[in-house]
Design a protein around this ligand. Structure first.
Ligand code: BYC
Ligand code: FE
Ligand code: FE
Length: 470
């Protein structure tokens, strides 16, 4: 598929042939830039950053590296190649041709799914706005900005769908996506985790590991959608998502590595004196980000999720690889729940357990990353193991929102929780300590004392490459 490089908005969706759509997007673009300048990365906007830009969806085009100033980044609209004769893989429309247009009866619900997805993208940019001021290295600064511009592109991806397929309602929703603000009391972002703060780089790395990974699973289930333009948008977004999770996994991993080095060097677990982040404090950050990200999957038992599935709007992770009838009329699925103050397993209709199933896939994926972190600790000869907390821990959405549970899964009374909360989650004092380590390091090849350098640079460049031109 040819890409029109001369267009103001790079795309592979033939915008030039649709004058109404082109005008709508060109009218939205300046508002997008206003939003970017107002809430995107603070400072650094006039600096040249070594970034990848997607100029097409094929292997050669999606990762073009070069120096660019962020406001001049070419946020494009790219859908993965259209599969020939694609059929709907699940739900009551199974076997029918995938839809190129939105069926009238599913318009409202599809719009809502697209808006919810779209809302998270700018939210994360807003949450990460201040981090540039305390970057641990130019390498990390560049990675932050790479994630930020691509989340901006993900917003474009959803706004394209709204403009191209939802008429005036879609245009209004696209405008509203630029009006809500993360953490704003009156106009918050839609989902909880996207109104939390990302105050320091350990939080940023945890966020890109845990919360961007929710993105991976939500996008993967929307990539199964019968609405083909949505499926293709999400498929292409997933190729970019891998780097965000890489930033998170290696960022936390390098923090752990540095902590282990300091522990061995000074023969103590309390490495605060030496400017490291103790492993038990890393565990508390992990507890927070994992639990907040679990909430993003919705309630364990959800008729909304069942309806999305039955209608063919949102599938399961890798739907086509699952060996069953893809209708789930009689199937059941194990779901944990609270009964008389105890946590029990129940067998729910698989259809209403769709959210929980996706959460299970997500938890297994998180565990693999945690295993790799634990390998770093073991390789330093240190006896400590990071653990994902129990899934009922610190939840605000779903069956566990009304109870308190330890990371090990023991139910606590309100008083016990109040008394013990600080054992499980970072305290203000601990957050202040982590914050105190966040001093900017901007000399190429140098790294802040709390984090180890990466194994290699970006795009085969050396670690001391000038990733950001100061
Ligand atoms: N916060 O039936 P339920 C990403 C609401 S991340 C607040 O279980 P359902 C990214 C819910 O709306 C991926 N409210 O919900 C990562 C419902 O309201 P109503 C984002 C919540 O419908 C990093 C009610 O509670 N993508 O891309 O199954 C950086 C009942 O719940 C929350 C998506 O989310 C919550 N956490 O919703 C950048 C995909 N959870 O109907 C980007 C699109 C639930 O009672 N969204 N509620 O008024 C969806 O698929 C679904 O809307 C949800 C689950 C997964 C959110
Ligand atoms: Fe995204
Ligand atoms: Fe992401």
């Amino acid at each position: 598929m040819a890409i029109d490089y001369l267009e103001r908005i790079p795309n592979n969706v033939d915008i030039a042939d649709n004058r109404r759509l082109k005008r709508a997007l060109e009218a939205w673009q300046p508002h997008y830039l206003d939003w970017w300048n107002e809430t995107g990365p603070q400072a650094w906007q006039d600096k040249e950053i070594y970034l990848r830009t997607a100029v097409s969806v094929d292997a050669n085009g999606w990762a073009n590296f070069g120096y660019v100033r962020m406001p001049e980044y070419r946020w494009g609209i790219f859908l993965a190649e259209q599969a020939k004769d694609r059929r709907i893989a699940f739900g009551i429309h199974k076997g029918e041709e995938a839809w190129q247009e939105v069926p009238g009866e599913y318009r409202a619900v599809l719009r809502r799914l697209i808006v919810t997805q779209g809302d998270t993208e700018p939210a994360s940019v807003e949450q990460q706005r201040h981090l540039g001021a305390t970057c641990p290295s130019l390498y990390d600064l560049r990675n932050l900005f790479q994630v930020n511009v691509e989340e901006g592109r993900h917003l474009w991806a959803m706004v394209y769908l709204l403009h191209a397929h939802f008429g005036r309602d879609g245009r209004e929703e696209a405008d509203a996506l630029l009006e809500r603000r993360s953490g704003d009391a009156d106009h918050p972002r839609i989902l909880g985790a996207f109104n939390e703060k990302t105050p320091d780089w350990l939080s940023f790395f945890m966020f890109t590991f845990f919360t961007d990974r929710d993105g991976k699973y939500q996008l993967a289930s929307l990539a199964e959608s019968a609405f083909d333009p949505l499926a293709r948008s999400c498929r292409f977004m997933l190729t970019e998502e891998a780097h965000h999770m890489f930033v998170g996994e290696t960022g936390v991993g390098r923090t752990i590595e540095r902590s282990c080095q300091l522990m061995n060097e000074h023969d103590t677990a309390d490495i605060r004196e030496y400017g490291g982040i103790p492993l038990d404090l890393i565990q508390k950050y992990l507890n927070f980000h994992f639990s907040v990200s679990l909430d993003l999957f919705g309630a364990e038992v959800s008729t909304n999720a069942a309806n999305y599935y039955t209608m063919g709007l949102k599938g399961r992770f890798q739907e086509e690889r699952i060996d069953d009838d893809h209708m789930l009329e009689d199937a059941t699925y194990p779901v944990i729940a609270v009964e008389d103050g105890r946590i029990v397993t129940r067998h729910e209709p698989a259809l209403t357990a769709i959210n929980e199933r996706l959460r299970d896939d997500y938890v297994a994926d998180c565990q693999k990353g945690v295993d790799r972190w634990n390998r770093i600790i073991r390789n330093h000869g240190i006896d400590f193991e990071l653990k994902l907390p129990h899934r009922a821990f610190n939840r605000a959405i779903g069956a566990f929102s009304g109870i308190h549970v330890t990371p090990a899964g023991d139910v606590l009374s309100e008083d016990e929780w109040q008394a013990r909360r600080d054992e499980f989650l970072p305290t203000d004092e601990e957050r202040a300590y982590v914050n105190s380590l966040m001093v900017p390091v901007t000399e190429p090849g140098k790294f802040a004392g709390w984090i180890a350098p990466p194994r290699r640079g970006i795009n085969n460049k050396p670690i001391d490459f000038e990733y950001v031109k100061l």
